[in-house]
Design a protein. Structure first.
Length: 301
């Protein structure tokens, strides 16, 4: 059962959960089905039931505990990488990240072509006939997934953003930078499938990712989450995140925090501190910081 169903059911059966704070019941939909497909693919690969190491008397409780902690049943080393990819992406904890059924079917079809038995030789074909066969290149199929660094380059060069997106999704569970870029794609709807989503929902999901990755030390996430907090007038928290980003070397954050301290915008005015940030930003060629340094005669060279 998909996490969104399993955990809601757990709450509804827990007498200690206040009725007023129970989450809204989630309908069984196609995303739940995709999760089940992923579980089936895992069973086919491993030839056993998931969570079979748990004794029956405590199985349901332990499974819910594992799902809550985003535990994944491991796959054997000899399972093809594309199969591992399909299992992982079909069983994403967040429904929005799961594959579409069309993507699963396409990948399975390509995989079947790679591993299908060759057509048996006809008894009517002689060895001499074989010399007349047109050779066809055999392409081993594997999903085109870039490294995080290459995916960032692909995005910044305005290249194949769909490929960059798939790569960020693939790496997002284990790489904070990839997860930040996942949030970026949600926030700015960089690809057609995200443009079809409700903007408020996209932004809400992206900001959740920005905060998570900001708290893990990502300077770009700290900047974007800090600017969001500034827009909603949570100035003390905004200053905190912007200062973290600036102290990690982000020149835009340096300018923003430097300008705030210099002018005393929603923070205690401190022109010495503001000048230090503005100077550092200008030394990194941040155009607004350079302009402000020139205006107020702050030497940055």
């Amino acid at each position: 059962m998909a996490p969104e169903k399993l955990l809601i059911e757990d709450e509804s059966n827990n007498s200690q959960v206040n009725n007023d704070i129970k989450r809204k019941k989630v309908p069984y939909d196609s995303k739940c089905e995709i999760y089940s497909v992923g579980a089936l693919l895992w069973e086919i690969a491993e030839l056993k039931k998931p969570h079979s190491d748990i004794v029956n008397t405590e199985m349901l409780i332990r499974i819910r505990e594992r799902v809550r902690n985003k535990y994944r049943e491991p796959l054997s080393d000899d399972v093809p990488e594309i199969w591992k990819y399909l299992v992982k992406r079909s069983m994403e904890h967040e429904p929005e990240w799961r594959l579409r059924i069309s993507e699963i079917c396409f990948n399975l079809y390509e995989l079947s072509k790679k591993y299908s038995d060759p057509i048996p030789k006809s008894p009517y074909m002689s060895d001499e006939d074989e010399n007349l066969i047109i050779d066809q290149p055999i392409n081993s199929f594997s999903p085109k997934i870039l490294s995080v660094e290459d995916a960032i380059r692909e995005h910044k060069s305005n290249g194949n953003k769909q490929l960059a997106w798939e790569s960020f999704k693939y790496h997002s569970e284990s790489n904070s930078e990839a997860k930040y870029w996942l949030g970026y794609y949600y926030y700015y709807a960089e690809i057609p499938e995200l443009q079809q989503l409700d903007q408020d929902e996209r932004h809400k999901f992206a900001l959740k990712i920005f905060r998570e990755t900001a708290d893990k030390g990502n300077p770009s996430a700290q900047l974007r989450y800090g600017m969001h907090l500034w827009k909603v007038a949570n100035y003390s928290e905004a200053i905190r995140y912007l200062e973290m980003s600036a102290n990690s070397g982000n020149s835009t954050a340096m300018y923003n925090i430097g300008s705030a301290y210099w002018n005393g915008n929603f923070v205690k005015k401190d022109q010495d501190k503001g000048a230090r940030y503005l100077k550092e930003a200008a030394m990194q060629n941040q155009p607004k910081a350079i302009e402000m340094c020139k205006t107020y005669n702050i030497d940055y060279r």
